[in-house]
Design a protein around this ligand. Structure first.
Ligand SMILES: O=C(O)c1cccc(C(=O)CC[C@H]2O[C@@H](n3cnc4c(=O)[nH]cnc43)[C@H](O)[C@@H]2O)c1
Length: 219
């Protein structure tokens, strides 16, 4: 996949150490990658990514970790590769509902990715035996905990596949340096009512490890 990267390193940002360790296990010492901690939430992720990128020499930035899945699109333990990274709650509440920063004229809540590259990674993951889909990954400030919020987000972003809390922050930092960005999430829980007994964090971390193992073969 030389059109994603050729020379230069790939920076992978994860929110927490458990995710970082899973990615590192999958990479098996591949020195083309550097894996750093973003912290939880888009502001921390943006600052951490900017600091990491200051070292220079990167060709691609990937926001990676576990996430919530819009379950009719992304099943538990599956992989979602972003075809867009969207700050889904960045905007204003109005009498007529939510207005995005785009609608308010303050900027863009959507960061584009190389959708061809996302599709090719999805194909490679499927060929390796994982369930994978490309779709919009939402960045939220508050993890969704009700069916009503899940429904609002799904209506706001048609085709929404997953939500997490860092992608938009990582992408803003990459964008500032005109670097391409991707987001890869493995699904630990359904977006909706919190049901801890149903969370599959261990399995999602195993899926994350497997996804990065495949990535080293195609990138
Ligand atoms: O408890 C553990 O063992 C553990 C291991 C690895 C990661 C975690 C996390 O809690 C990661 C937090 C991270 O995950 C994203 N996330 C996961 N599910 C959702 C969701 O439904 N909505 C939004 N974000 C979600 C998020 O990016 C967090 O930063 C725990």
């Amino acid at each position: 996949m030389e059109h994603i990267t050729s020379d230069g390193r790939i920076l992978v940002m994860t929110a927490v150490e458990g995710e970082r360790e899973a990615v590192l296990r999958g990479l098996k010492g591949d020195t083309r990658f550097k894996v750093e901690l973003a912290g939880v939430g888009a502001p921390s992720a943006a600052a951490s990514t900017a600091l990491a990128l200051a070292a220079g020499g990167f060709r691609l930035v990937i926001s990676a970790g576990i996430g919530g899945g819009f379950i009719e699109t992304a099943a538990l333990e599956s992989v979602v590769v972003a075809d867009a990274i969207i700050a889904a709650d960045l905007g204003a509440e109005t009498a007529n509902g939510f207005s995005s920063v785009d609608e308010l004229g303050f900027g863009s809540s959507r960061i584009a990715v190389n959708t061809g590259a996302s599709q090719r990674i999805v194909q490679a993951l499927r060929a390796a035996g994982q369930t994978a889909v490309a779709g919009p990954i939402l960045t939220v400030t508050t993890a969704t905990g009700t069916s009503s919020t899940a429904e609002q987000l799904a209506n706001r972003v048609p085709g929404a596949a997953a939500e997490a809390m860092e992608g938009y922050g990582v992408a803003v930092a990459a964008n500032k340096l005109e670097l391409p960005v991707m987001e890869i999430r493995t699904i630990s829980n359904a977006v909706g009512p919190r049901d801890r007994a149903a969370w599959r964090i261990k399995e999602a971390l195993q899926a994350l490890e497997a996804a990065f193992s495949t990535l080293t073969e195609v990138i």
